[in-house]
Design a protein around this ligand. Structure first.
Ligand SMILES: Nc1ncnc2c1ncn2[C@@H]1O[C@H](COP(=O)(O)OP(=O)(O)OP(=O)(O)O)[C@@H](O)[C@H]1O
Length: 583
């Protein structure tokens, strides 16, 4: 990204907070102005007091100096609150924007972009931008004001003393700049080593049973000792750099004071410089130490911030591939009959040369239950993902009630099609909240009735907290079959006219799976059910069966019809019979 575009982005992040930023910068200007005035007061005090000293005269100087210093302290604090506040606000807004943007992207995006990378961008990179807009802006403005206001006064006192005393400051800046990069890398190293150690602790706690079964305590102890040692080394390295840098800055600052003392003393002796000016110069030189040193850190913060802007804008710049067409139509769920049609539906995953779906055509009537069977990798899940448009399919290939699904508003399409994927993901909350995820205000009776159709209700009623039982990492662990049926209850609660089950009952025994299918196809308001499965005995009860092979539907018919004709179904069925016998 070009520098100007990056600056434009920074400007855009800052724009909503221009008032606070301006107030903060104005406060810094005031502080620096007062900072220049105080040594002048001290100069005048020294000049006057050297002539005639009285306690009252001293108070005339001490009181304003104390008041001014207190005012400076207050205003500096306010400037930090305003400017750092801007950084924090921008951090908050960026995190929110990234999260909202990620929610708009299609699942395929998350296959190529790992969670680790996205989390690092949403945390470390946003943090770098916060530093750039808080710390870097503050210290840059502070340094500019400090020099712009202090230098003219110093030069008016003595040009050559100013030049000689500040001669070491460029070195100070350089040293800090070089160290700042080193400190930052060492800090990152500490964080990496710390997360290595935490990862091992986390993994070992989860796998504690395995460690015991295989008697691997000693190995794990050694592995942790190694990581802990690396963490110690990284911490010591960081401490060493810190302990070298700060005395170095102090040393360089002392050189400049020394220059003033040496040259100033000879001038005072020869009467060219009075003591007041000498004291003021000493104070000014000291005042510039901090802004000079900070400038070194600022440049590093700026460079890192620039990289982070690119990394964050790379996410925010991704256009969602699956979104509403400009002429998308509304389709209220209550109007949907549930007829599904595919016309020469083809889909090839990005980067692959073989189509996962190859010219698939079918028509499923409203209320019909269709089982889709086939070998592993034959395209069943791909077909399931196409229906609610989780994959970016072309126009005029899939239709719901005769309407091209790419022309239906996405929220309407997805409300009409409930989809239970292969991995029955549950959130770390109560069973009740998991079941009513699609309708968070659903009543207890609705949750219970969905659970009953999904054949999970009897098991939930045995849990001590029943529907209030927390599942997932923070609660109890459900068995695979219980998870699948809870996920099914979640899909049933939203009462969509079309239900897709993608191998969603694989951990449920055949008998229960068949009972669930019967539940779904009974009643007056029949749903259209697409039941993708390897459980052929459950599939056999469906109205029709589609048999898939290498991305194509190779057979369509009822269980009885398909058994009569030679083909893949008969082979799959006989394999299934053998498996049933062996069980
Ligand atoms: N994200 C992806 N990127 C590239 N290729 C993929 C992706 N997902 C699936 N495929 C490929 O597409 C083909 C069809 O896969 P799909 O998951 O639809 O098969 P399936 O019939 O559901 O298999 P299973 O019975 O094992 O669930 C396979 O060759 C698979 O390797």
């Amino acid at each position: 990204m070009a520098k100007t575009r990056r600056l434009a982005k920074l400007g855009a992040y800052l724009r909503p907070h221009w008032r606070d930023a301006t107030l903060g910068i104005f406060a810094l200007l005031t502080v620096n102005g007062l900072g220049v005035y105080i040594p002048l007061l001290i100069r005048s005090a020294v000049d006057k007091l050297s002539a005639a000293f009285s306690f009252n005269q001293l108070l005339n100087y001490v009181v304003p100096i104390v008041l001014l210093t207190s005012a400076m302290w207050l205003i500096r604090m306010a400037s930090r609150i305003w400017i750092f506040g801007v950084g924090r606000q921008v951090e908050f807004e960026l995190k929110q924007r990234i999260f909202e943007h990620l929610l708009k992207l299609e699942p395929a995006y998350f296959v190529t972009n790992t969670a680790g990378d996205l989390i690092s961008r949403a945390t470390s990179d946003v943090d770098n931008i916060r530093r750039l807009l808080g710390f870097a802006v503050l210290s840059l403005a502070n340094t500019v004001f400090a020099y712009a206001l202090t230098l003219p006064v110093m030069l008016s006192i003595s040009v050559d003393l100013t030049v000689f005393s500040l001669a070491v400051y460029p070195f100070m800046f350089l040293v800090v700049h070089l160290f700042s990069d080193r400190l930052r890398n060492e800090q990152l190293e500490v964080q990496d080593r710390l997360s290595d150690a935490s990862d091992l602790i986390q993994e070992d706690i989860s796998g504690i049973a395995l460690i015991k079964i295989y008697a691997q305590e000693e190995n794990e102890r050694r592995a942790f000792a190694k990581r802990n040692q690396q963490l110690l080394q990284a911490n010591l390295k960081l401490a060493k750099s810190r302990n070298t840098l700060f005395p170095l800055i102090g040393g360089l600052a002392n050189i400049s004071s020394l220059v003033i003392i040496l040259l100033g003393a000879t001038r005072i002796a020869s009467g060219v410089l009075d003591i007041g000016d000498f004291v003021a110069l000493l104070l000014y030189v000291e005042r510039l130490v901090f802004p000079t040193a900070l400038l070194g850190f600022t440049i590093t913060a700026y460079q890192r911030g620039e990289v982070s802007i690119d990394r964050i804008e790379a996410i925010l710049g991704v256009t969602p591939k699956i979104q509403d067409a400009s002429d998308a139509v509304e389709l209220p769920t209550e109007q949907v009959k549930g007829e599904l049609t595919a016309k020469s539906l083809s889909y090839t995953y990005p980067g692959s040369d073989t189509p996962a779906l190859d010219n698939v055509s079918f028509k499923i009537a409203p209320g019909e239950t269709v089982a889709i069977v086939g070998a592993i990798g034959s395209g069943k899940s791909t077909l399931a993902n196409c229906l609610p448009r989780l994959l970016d399919i072309g126009k005029e290939q899939l239709f719901l009630d005769g309407i091209d699904i790419t022309k239906i508003k996405l929220p309407d399409l997805r409300s009409a099609i409930a989809y239970v994927p292969q991995d029955s993901f549950l959130f770390s909350t109560t069973i009740k909240n998991n079941v009513r995820y699609g309708d968070p205000v659903a009543k207890q009776e609705e949750v219970e009735s969905a659970a009953a159709v999904a054949q999970i209700a009897p098991e939930i009623s045995i849990f001590p907290q029943q529907y209030e039982t927390i599942v997932g990492e923070r609660g109890i662990t459900l068995s695979g079959g219980q998870r699948q049926r809870t996920a099914l209850a979640r899909a049933l609660l939203v009462d969509a006219p079309v239900l897709i089950l993608d191998d969603a009952l694989s951990s449920v025994d055949n008998q229960t799976a068949t009972a669930i299918l019967n539940n779904l196809s009974s009643g007056t308001k029949r749903k259209t059910v697409v039941f993708i499965t390897h459980q052929l005995s459950a599939a056999a009860t469906a109205d029709r069966i589609f048999v898939m092979d290498k991305g194509q539907i190779v057979q369509i018919g009822t269980h009885k019809d398909l058994l009569k004709e030679p083909g893949l179904y008969r082979i799959l069925w006989s394999q299934h019979q053998v498996e049933e016998l062996l069980h």
